[in-house]
Design a protein around this ligand. Structure first.
Ligand code: ASP
Ligand code: MG
Length: 423
């Protein structure tokens, strides 16, 4: 079997859904396919706005936003199902009734705990998969719709939940016994539930992760992430006009890229696939027959292409023991204990005789907590709003600029932090 993942851009309107259906039609007689789908277009952002308006007690904006989300989905249903659209609208009505009730609750409370936030966000994926599954049936493509919350089992970290491997493994195996050729399974990315059944989400853009978890547990032949670009590029084409498509990446290269800020696939996607030895293909839904990028094909990696990534909004902590002692192993481990305690994400480390420099992902509360923990024993200097530049697989000599704040070379990979986005 194989797993396909379609993101919001691939199902942004009726025409793009018709295109997805064509792709599925082309492949589904060859093997069983589990299809993971995101919310349509920018629906997740629209739901975020809905919850925000409601929290601020902006009643008119809230209900306008609610209507906007509803109309957007109803328009797609009208376009897809023509004179049978009323039937489909009836089918998805319970979702809107529930969303309306929750929205009223948020308006009343003036607050939305993370747990409620996840409940609201889940409607994007639930609506999109219901509509698409119905459309596939409508055009004669046999399929089953599955609620991912019955098998993606997570901890209680709402908005950023982690998958509980053992439970998810068991539930996925129970739920996916009837896979066969010529029969699709449609499910949602990004959403899951706690063992008690409370809705959670895996973090924004988390659908890729769902696809890779399913691929790994079901021992898929491959996972295909369908994108609107030709594959994984050597840089953001808007910034680097000479960016090229990369044909192959090793798992390690792909992990490095996503860790340092390439947004083409979710950073958590690679690990489950690497552990289960399942390749990932990133392919263009606008050009189905073209080769995309393959990740994890034995013996194939990116040999020739340098990759440029710029991660915005990083922070550098410069840390020195107050008593002017050496930044030795003991002090370093103290700093790391605080980093773990505060939950900050370290991207780059550099040390010298009496100082340690850490480049961190920006996170307002966690980074502040880290600073608070440090201040008794250390002088701490914090610089925000910086750019982390990465140049991976660089096979020509490269010199760091004078102006950089910190930088290092590991093998053929260079990383540096600067105040400037452009160098
Ligand atoms: N719909 C979610 C988001 O926009 C998840 C995803 O698309 O992967 O973040
Ligand atoms: Mg998306």
């Amino acid at each position: 079997m194989i797993v396909f993942k379609f993101g919001g851009a691939s199902v942004k309107n009726a025409n793009s859904i018709i295109n997805v259906a064509q792709i599925l039609k082309k492949f589904y007689h060859q093997q069983a396919i589990v299809v993971v789908i995101s919310a349509m277009d920018k629906t997740t952002n629209a739901l975020e706005d809905l919850a925000k308006f409601a929290t601020q007690n902006l009643k008119e904006d809230t209900w306008n936003q609610f209507k906007k989300i509803q109309d957007f989905h109803y328009q797609i249903i009208d376009d897809l199902f023509k004179n049978q659209s009323e039937e489909i609208k009836k089918e998805i009505e319970p979702f809107f009734i529930e969303l309306e009730a929750i929205t009223k609750g948020i308006l009343l409370l003036g607050d939305y705990p993370n747990r409620i936030w996840d409940k609201v966000m889940a409607f994007g994926e639930l609506l999109s998969t219901k509509i698409i599954a119905s459309y596939l049936s409508f055009i004669g493509i046999e399929n089953q719709w599955k609620d991912a919350r019955t098998f993606i089992i997570t901890d209680h970290q709402y908005r950023q939940a982690d998958i509980i491997g053992s439970l998810t493994n068991q539930k996925v195996k129970e739920n996916f016994q009837n896979l066969k050729k010529g029969f699709l399974t449609i499910t949602q990315g990004y959403i899951g539930s706690t063992p008690e059944g409370i809705t959670t989400t895996l973090g924004r853009e988390g659908s890729d992760y769902t696809a890779s978890i399913l691929g790994a547990i079901l021992d898929a032949e491959k996972v295909v992430v369908w994108k609107d670009v030709a594959g994984i590029m050597s840089g953001d084409p808007k910034k680097f006009p000479d960016a090229q498509k990369i044909d192959y990446l090793s798992y390690e290269q792909a992990i490095e890229m996503t860790f340092y800020g390439a947004t083409v696939i979710h950073p958590k996607t690679i690990k489950p696939l690497k552990n289960a030895n399942i390749p990932l293909e990133v392919k263009c839904f606008l050009d189905v027959d073209a080769n995309g990028t393959w990740i994890g094909i034995p013996g194939h990696s990116n040999q020739n292409t340098s990759i440029r990534i710029i991660k915005k909004n990083v922070t550098v902590f410069n840390i020195q023991p107050k008593d002017f002692s050496f930044m030795d192993e003991t002090w370093t481990s103290t700093v790391y204990n605080y980093a773990t305690k505060a939950g900050v994400k370290v991207l780059l480390v550099q040390s010298s005789a009496i100082s340690l420099q850490l480049c961190l992902e920006f996170h307002n509360t966690r980074n502040k907590e880290f600073q608070n923990l440090l201040t008794e024993e250390f002088w701490v200097n914090v610089q925000n709003d910086l750019y982390l530049h990465s140049l991976l697989n660089c096979y020509q000599p490269f010199c760091f600029e004078d102006k950089i704040i910190m930088g290092q070379k590991i093998g053929k990979n260079y990383h540096w932090v600067s105040e400037n986005e452009n160098l």
